[in-house]
Design a binder for this molecule. Structure first.
Ligand code: PLP
Length: 400
């Protein structure tokens, strides 16, 4: 027997486990709405044309495979901050931004969590309830305490703004508040601009440190600027923030693991010290980040034609998702007119939080071969026009 026979079996991941179950299903009807990855109308993975163009250019230029510096590709780091804050922001010119390229959104959050544990220990991180399933694991793995703040109100299928404000107010001063930059996962419910203002006011009063998770910039509304409204607003208010960025969705670079962790601070000396710590943390975990995807981002953003083409493709992807949202809602309103389905088009981004109970989700999967997470979340990016009616009928059957 192995010396490791006593190791406890870990449960499958609640999100990626859904894809494993989907793969094992042999039915022609099967539909995977579990994982948040964009699919074409034919339900095939999609490589953006602009990405292929950038890759061809890179091959022609004979790019090598040498190691990057610990903090990543300099031209990528410049591009990623420009996308986040808008081009040539004063904070960058003044040296108040510390940026490391990291392993997509997840790795950037993890380095951020490790920084909190090491450099500002004893702080509690506040997560929205509910939140993306990996947030808890990321902070727990780094040895950081976390708690929930109220976020979603099932009654209104909208934001529990009063609960959110009360919980952030009751958090100890100088806590870390994780905020989804846009297209909240899993609910698809975001604060309004007026509500962001009130959240910012409260963060100032309480001296909280907001940690923005920006996984969907440009992918939610189709506009890079609109989707960056919240973090930019906080920076303009003079609030110091942390931001994790991901290029998985907006540039379709899922498996390339491209992202960044940024600190936007009020002094250049603090930014310098923070950067030195981030490098030390990254060095011990993965030494330096992958080069290929970072070059793609840097090529695309650095070339006016390709940058324009990217924006068009982003708008197209966001538009396709909004389109199937509408179709799903239309079918449900026709099939089951007694219920209010308007939440489907009110929510934004890739997901819809359907309100289906775990038993109803089981019915969706066992009877209709529709795979989704147990919390009732569906990824609309995995839905096509031609399958919208099938999905609507299955939802109707499950809620009756
Ligand atoms: N944060 C949120 C809210 C997400 O939804 C995701 C992806 O689903 C991520 C971060 C990180 O994804 P990745 O590590 O692929 O960039």
């Amino acid at each position: 027997a192995s010396r490791l026979e006593g190791v406890e079996q870990a449960p499958p991941d609640p999100i990626l486990g859904v894809s494993e179950a989907f793969k094992a299903d042999t039915s022609d009807l099967k539909l995977n709405l579990g994982v948040g990855a964009y699919r074409t109308e034919e339900l095939k993975p999609y490589v953006l044309n602009v990405v292929k163009k950038a890759e061809r250019k890179m091959i022609d230029a004979g790019e090598n495979k040498e190691y990057l510096p610990i903090d990543g590709l300099a031209s990528f780091n410049k591009a990623t901050v420009n996308l986040l804050l808008g081009f040539d922001h004063a904070a960058v010119k003044e040296g108040c931004v510390a940026t490391v390229q990291s392993l997509s959104g997840t790795g950037s959050l993890r380095v951020g969590a490790q920084f909190i544990q090491k450099c500002i220990p004893g702080k509690t991180v506040y997560l929205s309830n509910p939140t993306w399933g990996n947030h808890r694991g990321i902070f727990s793995s780094a040895g950081v305490k976390w708690e929930y703040y109220r976020y979603f109100d099932p009654e209104t299928v909208g934001l529990d703004f009063e609960g959110l404000m009360e919980d952030i107010k009751n958090a100890p001063d100088a806590s870390i508040i994780v905020l989804h930059g846009c297209a909240h996962n899993p609910t698809g419910v975001d604060p309004t601009k007026e509500q962001w203002k009130q959240i910012a006011d409260l963060c100032v009063d309480k001296n909280h440190l907001p940690f923005f998770d920006v996984a969907y910039q440009g992918f939610a509304s189709g506009s890079l600027d609109e989707d960056a409204y919240a973090p930019r607003y906080f920076v303009d208010r003079g609030i110091e923030i942390m931001v994790a960025q991901s290029y998985s969705k907006n540039l379709g670079l899922y498996g390339e693991r491209v992202g960044a962790l940024n600190f936007i601070l009020s002094s250049s000396s603090a930014a310098k010290k923070v950067l030195s710590q981030l490098k030390q943390i990254a060095r011990a975990i993965y030494s330096n980040p992958p080069v290929h995807g970072a070059r793609i981002v840097s090529e695309v953003v650095g070339n006016d034609d390709m940058f324009g083409e990217w924006k068009q493709e982003m708008e197209y992807m966001a538009g396709r998702i909004k389109g199937v949202r509408q179709e799903l809602q239309d079918h449900l309103e026709r099939i089951n007119p007694d219920k209010d389905w308007s939440f489907i088009t009110k929510q934004i981004g890739m997901f819809s939080f359907t309100g289906l109970t775990p038993q109803q989700v089981e019915n969706m999967t066992n009877k209709h071969h529709i795979y989704m997470t147990k919390d009732g979340r569906i990824s609309l990016a995995g839905l096509s026009s031609s399958k919208a009616e099938y999905l609507a009928k299955a939802i109707d059957d499950s809620v009756r």
